[in-house]
Each structure stands twice: as structure tokens, then as C-alpha cells.
Design a protein around this ligand. Structure first.
Ligand SMILES: [Zn+2]
Length: 506
């Protein structure tokens, strides 16, 4: 066979409708050969699934990658609609100029919205299909927090979703996408069946090591065989608040509609039968703060980690809510390290006055549910100044370079805070913490503005039963009944608790 000519398109943003609009400038944009260079580099800055895809394609033999564009926004609010439409138009033009192509790989999150549209990912898939021609296979990888539209399913030949939360299998998913694309090029015909189950699970219930979601995914994976090619169970991203929210079962078979249909129905029934398991208890702030105070006093106990769920940066939290820092400070907790607080003004001031200076620190926080969005700490000391660039040294993103802008460590007396200036960071790398003179083993309470992904790194330092999910107010609170939803189809469990449902596939 001649060298397959495969286009690479990446578009990646998880949009929380309560978070600030993500402008053109906030996207990391890469075009052309730089995409190939990054995917084949030992420390890629783009997405791990791209690296996996390239590795597998390279291993399979000669091929011709056609890098189009890679637009990465991470997590935030809705994207600027004009920018996304322009980018999708650019993708269409670039693909058209490269015809004929043999296939397309789309790296996608799947939970983007724009200021005008609820399903720009679907528009991307549709545009790609239209540009390359209906007979050309399109394989995509998505986050399991994607909100799946029928337009996405109809315009991709195969959708491969992550299977882990915390996400540690992006590389493997990229490899799988390559294998599937090669199999299609060799003649295999994928047949897809999908069902939306009316469950919009709170994200805290979605860890895959154990719990209902992990059980469902594991069962789906146990059915992979000669007939069933891929089972993607996509729980979605509640805060997107789209007409496509729900728990989506997508089963792809090797040209066997009956097998795909049967398994899809079975998984949908299983998911619905276990819906009560997606209800989740969080720890009230007062209780979490009391645990932190106790941890600071009694060093014979294991340290604790507080996950600030109302300000989960990975879900679009602004990285600067004040509830926990304020409560811990008022309670006089000791041995606390707050892993990140986003406040450019405070960093600029600390940089001006320098290491060792003592001052009154004013933290500027999120206005969500607050009449006063500042928190004042007297006698704060600038402990460390850092230029802000660091490499991730452990966990699934190992090797990636982060630039959080100039940062400072402030000591509030028992509470040390890492303040960033360019953007919030989900968690500080352990090596970064140590490099700033803080021994991780000396931390009695670590506070992270993150829901689950930290576990892949901080499992090494904290016992699972000492990781506390704190019920803080905010734009990413997993208590879904507290938010106003405008687009999520109703009824959806557990926003609505009392209703019946029967699955059927189209
Ligand atoms: Zn995710």
C-alpha cells in the first residue's frame, strides 16, 4: 500500500458556562510542521494523545502526516465564537488544499462551547468530513468529560474516549486511534451505535479507579473482542450546560450493527440501574478546616490534602476563590501550603518589595457569591520569587513545560501560598515546591484547586483517605442543584431525581 496521507487537526477546550470567555489570545495555537516536531519530541507541549498517535503510526510504517492546526485552550469558559469559526474555516481551506487525503485524526476535548454555539466540536467534525469527502475515515480522541452531540457521532467514523479519571491514558488513546485508522485503511468497516443516558453526573463521582463510572467503563472494556472495536462511555461536563449533556454510551463494532446495538443497550441499562451511585457527599468547609487545624497540631497523624471543589481550575475555576484561604487563616491553621492562587497584582507587589519584606497582603479573589472579593492578611512575608516557568517532573504530564508567569511564595504565618500571575496552575509540581525551599514532608495540609487529576501525582505523598473533597462555593461546585441550568435536557438525574427512563437506540 502507498504511504497513507493523514491529516492532523486539534481543537481542545473544556467550556464552563460560568467561567470567563476564552479569547483568541488565550488559545495556544500551532500550525503546520511545528505540530509534527512537537508530537515527535520527548517533551511535547501539545497533547499526549498526539504523541501516542505519531508513535504508533511511525511504528506501523511509512506514512505522510499532514499537520493542519492545533488550537488548545485547556479549561475555561465559552470560546470567542468569531475566533473558532475562523479557525474552522482555516481547517477547511487547509484540508481542501491537501486533497486527496486517506484519513484524518482529530484531537479534541469535546466539551467546547462558544459565545454563540453549543456544539462547535460538532461543527468542526462536520466541516472536516465535508472537506475531505464522505468516504475518508475520521478518527477522533476525546476527553471523557466531552458533551457528545449526534453531529459528532455522525461525522466521525470512530470516537475514542479516555477511560481514566484522573486522565492518565491520553497517550494510549492516541495509539488506539492510530491502530483503528490503520485498520479502516486496510478495509475494516466500523459501525457505531450510541445512546444518551439522562444522567448528568457530578464530576466528583467520576473517578475511574473505583466507583460507578469505573465499574461501567471496566465492564465495557471486558466486552472488547473481535467484533467490538471500541467502547467509549462519556460522562460529560455538567458545567458546559449544553443540549448534549448526558452520559453517552458509544459502541463501535467491526461491521456488526447487531453486536454494537446490543452492547450499547446493555450498558445504557446498567448505567441507569446504578444512577443512585452517582450521588456524592462532600465535606463542609468547617469540618475540613477543623481537620487542617488538627493536622497542624498533631504531627503523628498522616498529612491531609484539601481539594477546593468550588474552584477546580481544570473545570474552568478562576483559581482565586477565597473561601478556604480565609477560613484556614481565621482558624489559625498551621503547616498549610496553598498550591496556587491566581493574583497578578499581588505577585507584582511582592516582586517590587522583594524577598523578606513584610507587608499587608491583599488577595483579590473571585466575586462569585461574595460581597467582598478580597481577603487581607497582615504581616505577610515574601518568602520566594520565581520566574514562573517549570517542567512537570511526575505524573501523566511529565516532561511538559508550564509557564505560569512570575510567581511568589507568601508566608501568612502558618500558611504558605504560591501566587501565580500569568494563569492559574492546577497544582504545583512536587519538584517545584521543593525547589522553593518547602519540603513536601513538612506540609501538614496541602490545598489544591483541583478535583481529581492531582491524585495521579500526590498519591505518592498523601493517603487516599486523607484527601478531602471540600464543599466550597464557586463556579465549579459539584452540587449541581445550586446552579441555574438553561440548556441541559430535563429531566436529567440527579438534577431531577424522580423520573423513569427506558433506553432505545436509533
Ligand atoms: Zn477531563
Amino acid at each position: 500500500m502507498k504511504q497513507p496521507k493523514i491529516a492532523i487537526v486539534g481543537m481542545f477546550l473544556e467550556s464552563n458556562r460560568y467561567a470567563a470567555v476564552v479569547s483568541k489570545e488565550k488559545f495556544h495555537k500551532t500550525y503546520g510542521d511545528n505540530i509534527i516536531e512537537d508530537a515527535r519530541s520527548p517533551s511535547p507541549k501539545l497533547l499526549k494523545e498526539g504523541q501516542g498517535f505519531f508513535e504508533q503510526m511511525d511504528a506501523a510504517g511509512a506514512w505522510q502526516p499532514v499537520p493542519i492546526s492545533m488550537i488548545i485552550g485547556g479549561a475555561g469558559g465559552p470560546a470567542d465564537d468569531t475566533f473558532i469559526r475562523e479557525e474552522i474555516d482555516k481547517v477547511r481551506l487547509a484540508l481542501t488544499s491537501q486533497l486527496p487525503l486517506d484519513g484524518v485524526y482529530i484531537l479534541n476535548h469535546g466539551a467546547m462551547t462558544t459565545t454563540e454555539q453549543g456544539d462547535p466540536d460538532g461543527l468542526l467534525y462536520e466541516t472536516v468530513k465535508d472537506a475531505v469527502g464522505a468516504s475518508i475515515p475520521i478518527v477522533t480522541t476525546i476527553d471523557l468529560h466531552a458533551n457528545i452531540s449526534q453531529r459528532m457521532v455522525d461525522n466521525a467514523n470512530v470516537i475514542v474516549a479516555y477511560r481514566t479519571d484522573p486522565h492518565i491514558d491520553q497517550f494510549e488513546c492516541g495509539k488506539e486511534a492510530a491502530d483503528i485508522l490503520l485498520e479502516i485503511l486496510a478495509g475494516m468497516q466500523p459501525v457505531v451505535r450510541n445512546i444518551r443516558v439522562p444522567i448528568v453526573p457530578p464530576n466528583v463521582s467520576l473517578l475511574t479507579d473505583n466507583g460507578p463510572y469505573g465499574d461501567l467503563i471496566d465492564y465495557g472494556q471486558s466486552k472488547i473482542d473481535q467484533e467490538i472495536l471500541n467502547v467509549s462511555i462519556v460522562a460529560g461536563f455538567a458545567y458546559g450546560d449544553t443540549a448534549d449533556n448526558g452520559l453517552h454510551i458509544i459502541v463501535t463494532s467491526r461491521n456488526n450493527a447487531e453486536a454494537a446495538q446490543a452492547l450499547c443497550l446493555q450498558l445504557a441499562e446498567m448505567a441507569w440501574a446504578m444512577k443512585e451511585r452517582f450521588l456524592w457527599d462532600l465535606v463542609p468547609i468547617e469540618q475540613a478546616v477543623a481537620s487542617a487545624v488538627a493536622s497542624g497540631i498533631d504531627h503523628s497523624t498522616q498529612p491531609i490534602l484539601l481539594a477546593d471543589l468550588g474552584d477546580n481550575i481544570g473545570a474552568g475555576g478562576p483559581g482565586n476563590t477565597l473561601w478556604l484561604i480565609e477560613s484556614l487563616h481565621q482558624a489559625g491553621a498551621q503547616g498549610v501550603f496553598i498550591g496556587s492562587f491566581f493574583d497578578p497584582t499581588l505577585v507584582a507587589l511582592a516582586s517590587d518589595i522583594g524577598i523578606g519584606a513584610n507587608f499587608t497582603a491583599v488577595f483579590h479573589g473571585d466575586t462569585w457569591e461574595r460581597s467582598d472579593a478580597t481577603f487581607v492578611a497582615e504581616n505577610a512575608v515574601v518568602k520566594y520569587l520565581h520566574p514562573g516557568k517549570f517542567n512537570i517532573t511526575s505524573g501523566p504530564l511529565k516532561g511538559m513545560l508550564v509557564n505560569a508567569g512570575p510567581m511568589c511564595l507568601l508566608d501568612l504565618g502558618g500558611i504558605v501560598v504560591l501566587v501565580t500571575s500569568r494563569r492559574p496552575i492546577v497544582w504545583p509540581d512536587p519538584a517545584l515546591i521543593e525547589s522553593m525551599g518547602i519540603g513536601i514532608s513538612s506540609i501538614r495540609t496541602l490545598v489544591l484547586k483541583c478535583r481529581s487529576n492531582y491524585r495521579a501525582v500526590f498519591n505518592a505523598y498523601f493517603d487516599t483517605d486523607r484527601m478531602i473533597e471540600v464543599d466550597t462555593p464557586g463556579r465549579t461546585s459539584p452540587v449541581l442543584s445550586r446552579h441555574d441550568w438553561t440548556c441541559i435536557p430535563r429531566p436529567s438525574y440527579p438534577i431531577d431525581l424522580e423520573f423513569d427512563w427506558q433506553p432505545s437506540t436509533g
